[in-house]
Design a protein around this ligand. Structure first.
Ligand code: ZN
Length: 336
């Protein structure tokens, strides 16, 4: 069993922490973090009002609230509500029997780079654990799992799924830019489709690298700048007169996450990356065995028209052919 106290630290001062009743307290600075339903809360705002604010566009409290309310809605009645029906280990086993071959055929990072026997008994950190199905899958594969999410609902549901699937580990609410984890404590850092929503991407990468053990592997999937999907989104932005950097940034956040409208507001931040940019970001770490590949459906994810085009088998074949150059996800993996 993975003991959370063996890997946690204070994200404010990096001091050691100890469990005290319903909270975790820092022995150095005295900061106290509540533990709600077995989920430590490391980056909650100071007030309940700030926790629910949706009217301060772009700032940190707004981003957290956007994703938190978005996940809450998805778990209750949206795309991910079906996961709540998977209550027993047998339910999850049956789900994985269908889902893992599907993910493999899609070239999904969770099974290609991160899956299978390679993670057995490894401490796997999932930055932005989201729906929690992948967390449950890692637990199912024998990993000792840690899921961190800025959304307290995502952290809570992921723990529920992990436990129902019979997996070992814990989850916490926290911030990717100030991870509540000790240096050199993690065997595999995994993050899929998350860190492009973190305005200080380089800080989040510094944190991912810091917590990784020497010899550990990082597996990070991000939106690809050189892709049909994001090229079309940028073009649509220009056609709508989004010329300034600020307008372009707001448009990219909004247009990339159309399905995530939360209480009438759109996602405040999305960045896209080229392979060259990512190579430059990790150069200072001196990483080994750096691999970058494209994944995702270049045509299917074209805004509005993509799904319709994909009804043609010829288009589906072209979609597959274009994936290595124009896929919309860029998967980076490296060894510390
Ligand atoms: Zn502290």
């Amino acid at each position: 069993m993975l003991d959370m106290m063996s890997v946690l630290m204070c994200p404010q001062c990096r001091g050691t922490v100890a469990r005290e009743g319903d909270s975790i307290r820092c022995r150095s600075c005295g900061a106290s973090y509540p533990v709600l339903g077995d989920v430590p809360q490391f980056d909650l705002p100071k007030t309940e009002a700030a926790l629910n604010t949706t009217d301060v566009g772009g700032d940190r409290d707004h981003r957290r609230t956007f994703w938190d309310h978005g996940w809450e809605a998805r778990f209750q009645s949206g795309d991910h509500a079906f996961l709540n029906n998977l209550k027993s280990r047998a339910d999850w086993d049956a789900y994985f029997e269908r889902e893992i071959p599907h993910l493999r055929s899609e070239g999904h990072v969770s099974v290609i780079e991160a899956g299978g026997p390679a993670i057995r008994d490894k401490i796997v950190l999932d930055i932005g654990c989201g729906a929690g199905a992948v967390g449950a899958m890692f637990g199912h594969s024998g990993a000792r799992y840690i899921g961190i999410d800025h959304s307290r609902h995502a952290a809570m549901y992921t723990l529920r799924h992990l436990r129902a699937a019979g997996g070992d580990g814990f989850t916490a609410q926290g911030n990717a830019e100030t991870l509540p984890l000790l240096d050199n404590s993690i065997d595999v850092v995994y993050s899929n489709g998350v860190l492009h929503h973190t305005p200080n991407f380089r800080t989040a990468m510094d944190e991912a690298y810091r917590v990784l053990k020497p010899g550990g592997r990082a597996i990070i999937a991000l939106y690809a700048k050189n892709s049909i999907q994001f090229g079309v989104i940028r073009l649509l932005g220009f056609l709508r007169g989004k010329f300034s950097r600020r307008d372009q940034d707001a448009w990219m956040g909004e247009a990339s996450e159309g399905a995530w409208r939360t209480q009438g507001r759109m996602n405040p931040w999305t960045e896209t990356f080229s392979a060259e940019q990512l190579r430059e970001v990790v150069r200072k770490y001196g990483v080994r065995d750096l691999v970058l590949r494209k994944n995702g459906h270049p045509i299917m994810h074209i805004p509005r028209v993509g799904p319709g085009l994909m009804r043609s088998s010829l288009v589906r074949r072209i979609d597959r052919l274009l994936e290595p150059t124009l896929g919309d996800m860029l998967v980076m993996s490296f060894t510390k």
